[in-house]
Design a protein around this ligand. Structure first.
Ligand code: BGC
Length: 428
């Protein structure tokens, strides 16, 4: 064996509702499309039609040997108007959860993955403290209706990416470039995470369950100074890392709100996660304000550096904050022609399996090609190809590799030679 999965480690894939379901559900992303803000013009309403093809997709997950599956609910679908619940959507998510259970695939449900219903967005979404109870109403709805079918929850996906892309860089809806709003959104999301953490536990405990697992999917990156000898590069790297991820993960995980975040709610310090959720993709090379990419480094098709050691570096840091079982809730790459995804998978999984940390789950991003936010359908992260016209699914070479390694419990010489050895990264 080149490497073996530790005993008990569960492997699967991750998705998000807006990226795969399709349908005009009056979300901020349907609106963003109408405002012409998706670079390749893809309409998320077309998506890849998982909302209707979910049975075929669930059967495919099972055929591929997935043991766990992370997906999200679409808030705008469940609550199309303020105070209104769409019972048909509730029933449909229940069917999907039941089917997963029946196939022996353990679901991990994300409650918020970047998209908001327009009625919430129009009120100022997470910028205003008086709006936060709406998010907690969504959490209540989710646990009341799905709590018997699902024990594992992610409260919020990548609050730092949501806050910075939507309120600092202005790339995502509502397109603001306001540093104060960015910080307010971060602290409000930290509050939401902790309140949801408590609420989910309280509700499932009242239902008689003792197996609840709640956490957040933290987007973490390595921030390396371009020139380690240059004090300005070093300072910028440290500051960017602090503002982008460290202050917020500390607030969410431990209820300690370090500057520049403020604890308006007097939340007591505590331990507000049952697992360490890690979304890892890349390393940033810093020489000023904003990111850069290291020259002469392996790159993916979005020009992100491929840096497998980073997954261990970031995970180790989060684990040092609070030692909990580690779930890699996302890891993957944009590889439009599936030329190097096998190598990427191999190197990241090998690093994780050999690092000595308690890595208990790995969810590859993504199950299938999908709507990659502002990039639309042009950036492909899937193990499964989706035909643009017919929406037919075809498992890619990397999908076969992943299934095979799950079946064999790791990667042996034969698998390595067949899938990994022939692949190389582009270096730029
Ligand atoms: C997000 C996904 C996204 C992926 C690739 C993560 O930041 O959670 O929704 O598709 O990265 O960019």
């Amino acid at each position: 064996m080149n490497f073996a999965f530790p005993k008990g480690m569960l492997l699967g894939v991750s998705t998000a509702s807006t990226q795969i379901e399709g349908g005009d559900v009056r979300s901020n992303w349907n609106d963003w499309y109408r405002r012409g803000r998706i670079t390749d013009g893809t309409d998320p309403a077309t998506g890849n039609d998982h909302w209707t093809q979910w049975q075929e997709d669930t059967a495919l997950l099972a055929r591929m040997g997935m043991q766990v599956y992370r997906f999200s609910v679409e808030w705008a679908r469940l609550m199309p108007e303020e105070g209104k619940v769409n019972e048909a959507a509730v029933a449909r998510y229940r069917e999907e959860l039941t089917a997963l259970q029946e196939k022996g695939i353990r679901p991990l449900l994300t409650i918020h993955h970047f998209s908001n219903p327009m009625w919430f967005e129009s009120k100022g979404a997470f910028t205003r403290r008086e709006n936060l109870h709406h998010y907690l109403e969504l959490v209540t709805l989710v646990v009341d209706h799905f709590g018997d079918l699902c024990s594992d929850y992610i409260t919020i996906n990548e609050p730092n990416v949501y806050a910075t892309n939507s309120y600092f860089f202005g790339l995502w809806p509502p397109g603001e470039t306001d540093f104060m709003h960015t910080l307010q959104v971060m602290e409000n999301l930290a509050y939401c995470h902790i309140a949801a953490y408590r609420l989910i536990h309280k509700k499932r405990r009242a239902m008689g369950y003792t197996d609840t697992m709640v956490g957040c999917a933290n987007h973490v990156r390595v921030f390396a100074p371009k020139d380690p000898q240059n004090p300005w590069h070093r300072t910028c790297a440290r500051l960017t890392k602090w503002l982008f991820q460290d202050a917020l993960t500390k607030a969410m995980t431990l209820g300690r709100f370090p500057l520049p975040l403020r604890n308006h709610w007097r939340i007591p310090p505590g331990e507000y996660t049952d697992f360490i959720g890690v979304n890892y993709y890349t390393r940033s090379t810093v020489s000023g304000i904003g990111d850069g990419v290291r020259e002469g480094s392996p790159r993916n098709d979005l020009n992100w550096e491929i840096y497998p050691e980073g997954i261990v570096e970031c995970t180790r840091e989060l684990y040092a904050l609070l030692p909990r079982p580690i779930w890699i809730t996302e890891n993957g790459t944009c590889d439009n022609d599936d030329r190097f995804r096998c190598r990427y998978l191999y190197e990241h999984l090998k690093a994780l399996c050999e690092c000595g940390l308690p890595v208990r789950r790995y969810y590859h991003w993504c199950f299938c090609d999908n709507f990659e936010w502002v990039e639309g359908n042009s950036a492909k992260f899937g193990l499964v190809f989706v035909d643009g016209e017919s929406r037919r699914r075809t498992v890619k070479n990397s999908g076969h590799f992943y299934s095979e390694m799950i079946r064999r419990g790791g990667v042996d010489r034969e698998l390595y030679e067949k899938y990994v050895a022939p692949q190389e990264y582009d270096v730029r």
